[in-house]
Write a protein of this length. Structure first.
Length: 162
């Protein structure tokens, strides 16, 4: 289910199965989202969808993204600043995130050693993992070069400094 057309066909069929009316606006939103392959806010998806169809409303974007999350096509994330981003969740292997506190860039990464450590900790503490999420916050090279690292950080979530 990797090709955009396959994804859209799956979403359309699942929406109809759930009694959700499939409209040209929903089609445009799903196309914009699937084409991005990135972490996007509702506002960014709305902006992109409106480039193709000026009648797309923010409310329809919210409802459609929530549908995508419910059926497993999208993952909803909150990276410390309180706003939600959505990323495609299609045949994508588990990964973690680096979040720049200067520009907001989000980079994905995966390291087997991190996964192994988490499994070891769970086993050692007799804990059965259901899921996990690792987000590392700091400054990207571009922001450090601009001197943005000096900006004081007021995290909105509990963050343990390194």
């Amino acid at each position: 289910m990797r090709e955009p057309a396959e994804v859209i066909q799956f979403v359309r069929a699942e929406a109809r199965r759930r009694g959700v009316r499939w409209t040209s606006q929903r089609q445009t939103i799903v196309e914009a989202f699937v084409a991005s392959g990135d972490h996007l806010t509702v506002e960014e998806i709305h902006r992109r969808a409106r480039l193709s169809d000026g009648t797309v409303s923010a409310a329809t974007v919210y409802r459609t993204l929530n549908l995508l999350v419910e059926i497993g096509v999208a993952a909803k994330r909150q990276f410390g600043d309180g706003s939600s981003t959505f990323e495609p969740n299609l045949d994508k292997p588990h990964h973690d995130h680096l979040v720049c506190l200067g520009c907001g860039t989000i980079r994905e990464f995966q390291r087997d050693i991190i996964e192994a450590i988490q499994e070891d900790v769970a086993r050692e503490l007799d804990f059965v993992l259901a899921s996990h999420r690792l987000e590392l916050y700091g400054w990207c090279a571009a922001c450090r070069a601009k001197g943005l690292m000096q900006v004081p950080v007021q995290p909105t979530v509990a963050v343990r400094p390194l």
